[in-house]
Structures are given as C-alpha cells and as structure tokens.
Write a protein that binds this ligand. Structure first.
Ligand code: HDE
Length: 729
C-alpha cells in the first residue's frame, strides 16, 4: 500500500499548489474555519419507520420484482447516492475549475440534483387543488346485502381506505376555511378492486349537464386578467354565471349557508350527489344515493372565524384533521344509503333522480346505515399519497353501477382524462397510493412511467401462447355488473328533460328547513358576496333569483345591498325537511378542543381540569402569556397570547390572567362566536372585565369541575346560539 499512499500524497500536494495559484488568498479573509455545528458524521443504521407511518400495503403483480427494496423510505439509508445508486462524497459544493472558478458541465450530481428539483412540481388539480388526506378503514354492517352485492358492505368486512378532502376553487396553496363546497373523495381498496366514491359535502351540484362544467369553473376561478380573487366566489364572474344559470340556485343556497364554511372535515356530511344503481345477488336493482354522516354531527365555523382562520392559520382544516388523528381522536362517519325503487321513469315522489340539482328529503327516503369509516392514520408523505391519489367514478365494484345522470356521465370521461396531464401519463394506477390491494391482470402495456416488467408474449385475448391467460370472469366469478338497462326509443338531441326546468322548489325547501339563526347566516353570506360584486346588473339579477326562493330572503339581501326589492314571484308550497338543518341535536364531544387560560397561582387546579378534559376524550390546550414550562408544575404552555386565537377552541376555560390583553381578545371573540365560556378563580374577573360576564353559555363558578361539566354539556350542542337571538324569523 505504501507506493499508493505516496502517489496520493503527491497528487494532493500538487492540487493544493495549483489551487493556491488559481485562487490566491483574499486579503483580510479569516484564515481559520468557523466552528462547525455539531452534526452526525458517521453512517447510522436505517431508522425504523414510525409505526403509524408505513405506507399502504401494495400488491401488484405488475410491480417491482419480489424482494426489491421498498421505494417508500427516504433519508434512512447509510449513504447519500445518485439516483443511479452511486455513493457521493459531497453534496454541498458543485464541481468547479478551482474554488472561485466556473462550474463544470461534467458535474452530473449538480445537474441531476437541480434537474430533479426543477421538475418537483406537477400541475395542480384543475379543480379541488387544495386538499388533505388520511388513511383509515371501512367496516360493513351487512345491512345492505338485500340491495347490493358489493363484498365490502358485508357484515364485519374490513376494507382499507384513503380519503381526500378538498376545497373546489382555490389553488393548492390557498386557505382552508374559505366559503366553498368541500370535496369528500374516498378510495376503498376492496377485495374486488378499488371503489371510488367521489363526493362533496353538499348533496346537489351547480349544473345538470357536465358540458357546462368548464363554464361554471371558469366563472368561479379568479378573473383571467388580474388573477384575483383567489379561492373566492365573492366576485362578478361567479355571480354572473349563477344568476343566469338558475339551475345553480340550489347549490348556491347550500354554499351561502353554514355548509360553505365547515368547522372541520370531521364535522362535514358527505354525499355521492348522483343517483347510483345497486344490484343484489339475485340481479335485482334499486336506485340509491350515498351519504356520509359524521359521528360528531355537522358543525360549521361562523363567518368571522372563517375569515380570521384564513389569515391566522390557513391550514386550519388540515391541521385539525392531522392533529385529531395523531391524538387518537379518530374521526368517524357512517355510510348510509337512501334506497329508491328502480322504476322506468327513474323518479321518486315526483323527484327526478337523474337531476343532480335535486335531493330526496330524508323524511321521504330515510338514510339507512350500511357501514362505518374511521380515519386513523396520517399520510407519510403529502406528495406521494395525497397529491398523487387519483380518484375516478368509473372505479366500481360488482353490485354498484352508474345511472344516466348527464353530469355523472361526463365525469366518467373527465377523471381518467385529467390524470394524463396531472400525473403525466396513463400508468397512474401503478403509483403506490392508487394501486388496488388485489392482483392486477390487465393487458395495458408500456406508456410513460411504466413500472412493470411484464412477462409473456401475448398481451391479447384470446391467446394460446401464454396458456390463454388471463381468462374473463364468468357470472359466478363476481365480475363487474353492467345492468342491462332498457333504453327508450329516442332520437339524438341536445336537450334536457322537462323536469330539469324546476330550479326553485328545492332551494325553497332548503331555506324553509333552516332554523332562524341559519337563515340569518344565509342572508349575511349573500349580502357579503353580492356586495363584493361591482356590476349592478348582476346584483339585481341575483335578487330576481332570490325572489323566486323566498320573499324574506330576497328583501333582507336587497336591504343589505341598498337595492330595491323585486316584485314578488309565485312560489311553490314545500314541506320542510328538518334533516337539512344542522342544529337542534346534541352530539359527542370527542376530540373537541378546549382552550384553558392558565392561572399561574393555581397550577394544581389547572392540572386537574386538564386531566378531566383529557379523560372526557377532548383535547385541552393550555394558554399562558409566554411559552414553555409553567413553573415546576410539569405543565407546558402550548399556546401563548401571541400564538393563539379564539378560532382554535371550541370552548374557553379561563382560570386566570385577568389583565392580559391577549386573554381579553380571546374571551371577546369566543363570546361573539357563541362559544361556551367557563371561568373560576381570577378568571371570573377576566371574563367580567372583557364585558362577557353574563348571558347564555357563560359558566362562572368557584368549582372548576362544575364549570367544566356545564361547558361540556353546552359543547354537545356545538354553540350557544341563543346568546344572540336572530332577527330574521
Ligand atoms: Fe369533479 N373533478 N367534476 N366533481 N371532483 C375533479 O379530477 C369534473 C363533480 C370532485 O380529491 C378532477 O382528479 C367534471 C361533482 C372531487 O382528488 C376533474 C364534473 C362532484 C374531486 C373533475 C365534475 C365532484 C374532483 C380534478 C362535471 C361531487 C377531487 C382532478 C361533469 C359529486 C378528488 C381530478 C380528489 C376532481 C371533473 C363534477 C367532486 C377535472 C367534468 C358533481 C371531490 O376530473
């Protein structure tokens, strides 16, 4: 080894000399290296992935050869390598002709690193770009077996799922709490292939025919000249469109109601919107609508909270979901079915089931629970899972078929097509998050980003060369069912059925079913959004639309806009559907967040209350003037008066800090937002000093446990609505 060492030393010396010649020392430059921050210098063994962070089990016979390393782990191997696997000795300096010289074209590591970085972003979804996902399980109750043969609905059958929630209009970096419809898309990795239920938190849609989708989205997205406003419907083009296309009225009523600003993904209902056709083992069919019912009840923000959160914590909803799952407060929804007979007209009680702007009131067709969804695992990597997941209504399983709803039919084209650009090729179902958990034997071949090394020579059917494989399934092998639906003798037309022309009965039904406080919120939302429009004609046209929904609604909005009330329209009589209101019941308080303003003089009392909150399945957050440990109590201040805002808490307990301005602000906001407020000790003075000492939902007592118990009861109803009785009857 000696000669080799000598040669190496000589080469190093020569290089040093040349370097010194090329890079003469800079006068005044420090000649000693700055002290380096301590960091690991030796390779460490791979860190085991956190228990709750392993990727979904993926089974794909077209995937990587058996035994190949899982590509789902990052920052864990011993040595940094190139993408071709060669070990690197430096990743902080590009290869240059001397320390201060030009960079060399031959620096493959530099080029690969920057090239890959340049292409890290993929096009965001054209709609629903802003979203957040979670893994979970779905367990069937077996109660659907008389109408649907789908295996995953069977009694006790457990199916892994991935759910992605989203807003519709905003870009990927927009705020969570804007007024908008929310997406609620679920991928069930069933034993019969993937079933995707791609729904929204509003049971009807803007338009009746998919051909108008580009129009409604162009109208809702920012104006093309200045690209504003972001993630808003409060602008001229949106209201221009919906005031002309009055079929949008029903959806708009829901948007302007509290449904447009959910408190949390955990407190949203979900709807499949379209009518589907279900098939049982005997081949009998029914028409059905899918519903997700949150175990925590439907609960929304108030408008001021939504606005505050958009600035104070734009990630409000994704943080809420991730935190709830991490804290073990797993959100749950029951899947329910409304079942209607499959008659040739495809109507139910006079409601056209192919019209996606119509609901079937639950009082006419009750929602029958068929299973429960639990979200219990956060994604390991946002991009790999939440961004790359690709939903498609065409992913059906035996027992579930589509109907001729013209909106649904257009979607069946769109969701495949859009992935070609978004995920850059036709092989997106091979991305881990999209892979089914059952064997794939397709005859799809090649294409960009093909992951499989297909064997065999005969990817066609029938064949003899590959032993005839694969074969098509016979009736007993549970293939997909395409119901042989008789079609009327028809001529090709670009027309809608007559029944699609009724645009106002159901918006009126919705309005009439709301409680006074919910109605007041609808009035305020219309007044805000239309008030943001510049064009007088658009506001006036929308008032004409509202006159067809309800005279009180129309008059109140007109008053707010300072415009004349249009003449009364002829209105249909409707029977209200109490199920459409989100108030009036009580719900479990699991995972609800209780802010506790601590009293430094009574940390033992604070500890007891905190523990009781935890024991009750809720999440306590301690708020103090400054962060860090609270004395030597072992308690930590999780929020300070600088980092907390009332929006984060479902109820506030005030133990102390009577004089702090931050506390006063929080108390006043909670009061305005009709949240329960409890106080004891010096907290009583704080609440009184904030001017919030009396009124419904203010619980002041010397006994903290009594305060907490009353506040918890109030939380069951979500908010203390009778603090500010609404003026609209
Ligand atoms: Fe979508 N929709 N949509 N949509 N939609 C997309 O697909 C489309 C509609 C919904 O978390 C896109 O993969 C058309 C109704 C959700 O990844 C795109 C029409 C409902 C999501 C598309 C509709 C939805 C999407 C964009 C009218 C409620 C997010 C990216 C015919 C039942 C899924 C993508 C996720 C996403 C098209 C109408 C819900 C472009 C053409 C009605 C929840 O394909």
């Amino acid at each position: 080894h000696k000669p080799g060492k000598l040669v190496k030393a000589a080469v190093e010396k020569a290089v040093d000399k040349v370097t010194e010649m090329v890079n003469p020392p800079i006068p005044g430059a420090p000649n000693s290296e700055p002290p380096s921050l301590e960091e690991p210098t030796e390779p460490r063994g791979p860190l085991p992935p956190k228990h709750d962070q392993t990727g979904p089990e993926t089974v794909s016979p077209t995937g990587a050869p058996t035994g190949a390393p899982k590509l789902t782990q990052g920052q864990q191997g011993e040595f940094l390598t190139t993408s071709a696997g060669a070990r690197l000795h430096d990743t902080d300096h590009s290869l240059k002709a001397g320390e201060r010289g030009p960079t060399l074209l031959q620096d493959h590591h530099l080029r690969e690193k920057v090239m890959h970085f340049d292409h890290e972003r993929i096009p965001e979804r054209v709609v629903h770009a802003r979203g957040y996902g979670a893994h979970g399980t779905f367990v069937g109750y077996g109660t659907a077996s008389n109408v649907c043969m789908a295996g995953f609905l069977g009694d006790g059958v457990e199916t892994p799922v991935f759910v992605r929630f989203s807003t519709v209009l905003g870009s990927r970096g927009s705020a969570d709490t804007v007024r908008d419809t929310r997406g609620f898309a679920t991928k069930f990795y069933t034993q019969e292939g993937n079933f995707d239920l791609v729904g929204n938190n509003i049971p009807v849609f803007f338009i009746q025919d998919g051909i108008k989708f580009p129009d409604v989205i162009h109208a809702g997205k920012p104006h093309p000249d200045r690209e504003i406003p972001q993630a808003q419907s409060a602008h001229d083009t949106f209201w221009d469109f919906v005031s002309i296309h009055t079929e949008a009225t029903h959806h708009v009523m829901w948007n302007m109601s509290d449904r447009g600003i959910p408190r949390s993904y955990r407190t949203m209902e979900g709807f499949g919107v379209h009518t589907f056709r279900l098939v049982n083992a005997e081949g009998e069919t029914v028409l059905a609508k899918f519903h997700w019912k949150p175990k925590l009840g439907v609960h929304s923000l108030v408008w001021e909270e939504a606005q505050l959160a958009a600035g104070f914590d734009p990630d409000f909803h994704r943080r809420d979901l991730a935190d709830a799952i991490e804290s073990g407060a797993y959100p749950q929804w029951e899947l329910g079915l409304q079942i209607m007979p499959d008659n040739p007209q495809q109507t139910f009680e006079g409601i056209d089931l192919l019209d996606p702007t119509k609901i079937v009131p639950e009082e006419l067709a009750p929602v029958q629970p068929v299973g429960v969804l639990t979200l219990n695992r956060n994604p390991q990597n946002y991009f790999a899972e939440t961004e790359q997941v690709a939903f498609h209504l065409g992913n059906l399983v035996p027992g579930i078929d589509v109907t001729d709803d013209p909106l649904l039919q257009a979607r069946l084209f769109s969701y495949l097509d859009t992935q070609l650009t978004r995920l850059a090729g036709p092989n997106f179902n091979q991305i881990p998050i999209n892979r089914p958990h059952v064997p794939v034997n397709d005859m799809l071949r090649d294409g960009f980003h093909q992951q499989a090394v297909h064997a065999g020579v005969a990817p066609y059917r029938p064949n003899t060369l590959d032993g005839g494989n694969p074969f098509v399934a016979k009736a007993g092998d549970r293939p997909l069912v395409e119901v042989a639906q008789p079609l009327p003798r028809a001529v090709k037309v670009r027309e809608a059925p007559k029944s699609f022309a009724d645009h106002f009965t159901q918006p009126r039904l919705f309005w009439q079913s709301l409680t006074p406080v919910e109605k007041e919120h609808v009035v305020n939302a219309f007044t805000f959004e239309l008030g943001k429009c510049y064009e007088q004609a658009i506001k006036e046209r929308q008032l004409l639309v509202l006159a067809n929904v309800d005279p009180v609604l129309c008059a109140e909005v007109a008053k707010g806009l300072g415009l004349p009330v249009p003449a009364k329209a002829k209105l249909r009589k409707v029977t209200p559907s109490p199920a459409l209101s989100q108030l009036g019941q009580t719900w479990p308080t699991d995972g609800r967040i209780i802010g506790i303003v601590v009293d430094p003089a009574d940390l033992d009392g604070v500890r007891t209350v905190r523990e009781t909150v935890l024991a009750g399945g809720m999440v306590p957050l301690l708020i103090a003037p400054t962060g860090g440990p609270l004395g030597d109590s072992g308690l930590i201040a999780q929020r300070t008066f600088f980092t907390a805002r009332s929006i984060e808490f479902d109820a506030l307990l005030v133990a102390g800090n009577a004089t702090a301005t931050g506390a006063t602000l929080m108390i006043q906001e909670c009061f305005r937002h009709s949240k329960a407020i409890g106080a004891w000790g010096t907290g009583r003075t704080a609440v009184e000093a904030a001017g919030c000492g009396t009124g419904p939902g203010i619980v002041i007592d010397d006994d903290p446990s009594k305060v907490l118990s009353e506040v918890t009861t109030l939380l069951g109803a979500h908010r203390v609505w009778d603090r500010f009785p609404p003026v609209i009857g």
